[in-house]
Ligand binder design. Structure first.
Ligand code: UFG
Length: 338
């Protein structure tokens, strides 16, 4: 059986990918330091999969701890989620972001190299495309970054390209995510941001459940269908299945790849709000306020390459994303803090 080390395993995307990997027949070792997630996730994963989670509590920046993890388990491949991801915070704390996202990546790769593990799936982001020169973004679109978080992803991609160039035994999947939303259909795991949510969907669900009064829509005068920002939302379970497909590709084809993981089309903020109201039967009061500094008006993926290379495409529509986000939020009004 192929054993996969998941870093950032109890986070939002990590936890859904954990289940998807198990369903696909992989054995998983999860690793997290709970800096932005809860141990409760492990109980929920046990309940959902029927398998007791194999878990290591460690930081990816702790070289001795990473060495110990690779010594204790026979790891075949790594899916590397662990990273900090708040754009605003990244500008205020650049060193913390570089230490975790870059230092942690290097430490993880060093442990892998020492143990002869040279297969990695890397969480990158559509943010590496920067200001759109054209849309949809395809994988050949020029790269640039507009904030510290984005630079950690851009530099992280480059570090892995240098590593692969130095030793072609490395097989790496650079996955550029668009905007993941939704939750596992059971409603037992989902997105549980700490503090005030930065992202749209968790804010919407917290308004609907009564934790927040109204949504602030950042900008109503963009050159888009209704003046509000447009993004490529995809269901987190589709995204998780994209990781399984990418890992299989690396293991079977022995070829690296760079692909967008997105739906291939965009929705505006107000389109998402209306879909959410339909799916939940709850009103989502909102006010249109100033644009958020640094936001792009619109972007979405060209999702052709993922379909061609991985046979992967999104299967769950916006209604399903909203219904599943709502099921999760309603059953867990305070997230994993129950
Ligand atoms: N938005 C609101 N109100 C909110 C939150 C968001 O109107 O309270 C709007 C934004 O202006 C944007 C859209 O909803 O138009 C989506 O915003 P998100 O913050 O959910 O997502 P972003 O596309 O801005 O950011 C995401 C990731 C970042 C990543 C970026 C680019 O959260 O980590 O995509 O890939 F850098």
């Amino acid at each position: 059986m192929t054993t996969v080390l998941l870093t950032g395993a109890t986070g939002y995307i990590g936890s859904h990918t954990w289940l998807a990997l198990q369903e696909a027949g992989f054995s998983v070792v999860g690793l997290d330091n709970f800096s932005n997630s809860s141990p409760e996730v492990l109980k929920r994963l046990h309940e959902l999969s029927g398998v007791a989670p194999v878990f290591e509590r460690a930081s990816i920046t702790d070289a001795a701890a990473m060495e110990a993890v690779f010594s204790r388990h026979r790891i075949d491949a790594v899916v590397h989620f662990a990273a900090s991801k708040a754009v605003g915070e990244s500008g205020a704390q650049p060193l913390a972001y570089y230490a975790n996202n870059i230092g942690g990546l290097v430490t993880t790769c060093e442990a892998m190299r020492r143990h002869g593990v040279k297969t990695m799936v890397f969480s990158s982001s559509a943010t590496v495309y920067g200001d759109p020169k054209y849309l949809p973004y395809d994988e050949a679109h020029p790269l640039s970054a507009m904030n510290v978080y984005g630079r950690t992803k851009l530099y992280g991609e480059q570090i892995l390209r240098d590593l692969e160039a130095s030793d072609p035994a490395w097989k790496i999947a650079w996955l550029r995510y668009f905007n993941p939303v939704g939750a596992h259909e059971s409603g037992r795991i989902g997105e549980d941001p700490r503090g005030v949510p930065n992202n749209l969907m968790p804010y919407v669900t917290q308004v609907a459940v009564g934790r927040r009064e109204f949504l602030q829509v950042f900008g109503g005068d963009y050159d888009t269908v209704d003046g509000t920002g447009v993004r490529d939302y995809l269901h987190v379970v589709d995204l998780a299945e994209g990781h399984v497909a990418a890992l299989r590709h690396l293991l079977d084809q022995r070829r690296s790849l760079t692909v967008n993981l997105g739906a291939g089309h965009g929705h505006s903020v107000l389109q998402l709000v209306r879909a959410f109201e339909r799916a939940s039967g709850r009103p989502v009061p909102y006010r249109i306020v100033d644009r958020r500094p640094g936001d792009l008006p619109a972007f979405w993926a060209d999702a052709t390459l993922a379909r061609q290379q991985l046979g992967w495409q999104t299967r769950r529509d916006l209604e399903t994303m909203c219904a599943d986000s709502w099921r999760w939020q309603q059953a867990n009004p305070n997230g994993f803090d129950c």
